[in-house]
Design a binder for this molecule. Structure first.
Ligand code: NAP
Length: 298
């Protein structure tokens, strides 16, 4: 019998590769060629669509090294009977940390300040320099009260913040949350229902001093409307880890001083990425050995 073979679309931490090797799998590194391949270990940057999947005549699993699976055509995988897995939980803390870091950085104008100091524009303490917004005791609206949203609430409690939640199954309605919150942080998955969940009408409902944080997925926010909101003062600031047409930015976004931009690093810590690679590999090994598949999404 031929050795089972796994396509790993991009270089991943060694721990994941070792897991695959230990199971005796042949690893094909790079790209998305699924011919003669039994498993695909892929990333959120890979568009796994029906045309691609149909070339994988031996494909028995698509293991995404991410918790979101919006890059995969789940209707096609269901039709073809191919299980899809993700890597939940292990990235929850890292992503909640980054959301709170963006919140603090946007409220306290940290990146603006860093640029000022480096650019030799800092001429000493001044009573009116760099005035930002208090975080402690303010209201945080969390859109999507799942694993990451709930962990963000834990961090906010240390800052004595009042927390409002909205979710599919309960919480306060989105409109009310937007009107009452000083900070709004997005933690819903991207799907047709959440695409442009935050557009012009929603941004106009937010408070003029409010700050929007997005560490979920770019297309949840209408980025062109956000640029107008930040430029025209509908809201005060934003902190973004994800972008609508990643890695491109909406025109004008990078010119704004009231937005903090991060290069999609929500889960980018050494330990978290190690665990994500390991779990994605474990999902592959389980599927190919006929064991129950952990972290099954579809
Ligand atoms: P999760 O546990 O599945 O939580 C998702 C939450 O969103 C649930 O509370 C769900 O409501 C809610 N929700 C879904 N659709 C909604 C809607 N239309 N309106 C309001 N709420 C809605 O997911 P998670 O592990 O926290 O991850 C959330 C997302 O974060 C992922 O899908 C991924 O896209 C993103 N993420 C980004 C990074 C990064 O690097 N920046 C890292 C990790 C994750 P119910 O509770 O009612 O079902």
């Amino acid at each position: 019998m031929s050795t089972a073979c796994v396509r790993v679309s991009r270089p991943i931490p060694q721990l994941g590769l070792r897991e695959l090797e230990a199971a005796g799998l042949e690893i094909r590194m790079g790209g998305l060629d699924l011919r003669g391949v039994d498993a695909l270990l892929c990333m959120l940057t890979d568009r796994v669509n029906a045309r691609l999947l149909e070339r994988g005549e031996r494909l028995k699993i698509v293991a995404n090294m991410a918790v979101g699976t919006d890059n995969i055509d789940l209707d096609a995988t269901r039709r073809l009977g191919i299980p899809v897995t993700n890597t939940p939980d292990v990235l929850t803390d890292a992503t909640a940390d980054l959301a709170f870091a963006l919140l603090l950085a946007a409220a306290r104008r940290l990146v603006w300040g860093d640029r000022l100091v480096r650019g030799a524009g800092f001429s000493g303490w001044s009573p009116l320099l760099g005035l930002g917004m208090d975080v402690s005791g303010r209201t945080l609206g969390i859109v999507g009260a799942g694993r990451i949203g709930r962990e963000l609430a834990e961090r906010a409690s240390g800052f004595r913040m009042q927390v409002l939640f909205t979710r599919r199954s309960g919480g306060v309605p989105l409109g009310e949350l937007l009107e009452r919150s000083d900070f709004v942080s997005l933690h819903v998955p991207l799907n047709p229902e959440t695409h442009h969940l935050i557009g012009e009408p929603e941004l106009r409902r937010m408070r003029p001093h409010a700050v929007l944080i997005n560490t979920a997925r770019g297309p949840i926010v209408d980025e062109r409307a956000l640029v107008r909101a930040l430029r025209e003062g509908w809201i005060a600031a934003a902190g973004l880890d994800v972008f609508e047409d990643e890695p491109k930015l909406a025109p004008g976004l990078a010119d704004l001083a009231n937005v903090v931009l991060a290069p999609h690093i929500g889960s980018a810590t050494v330990d978290t990425r190690n665990r994500m690679a390991q779990i994605a590999a474990e999902n592959v090994v389980a599927a190919l050995s006929g064991a129950p598949i952990p972290n099954l999404v579809s």
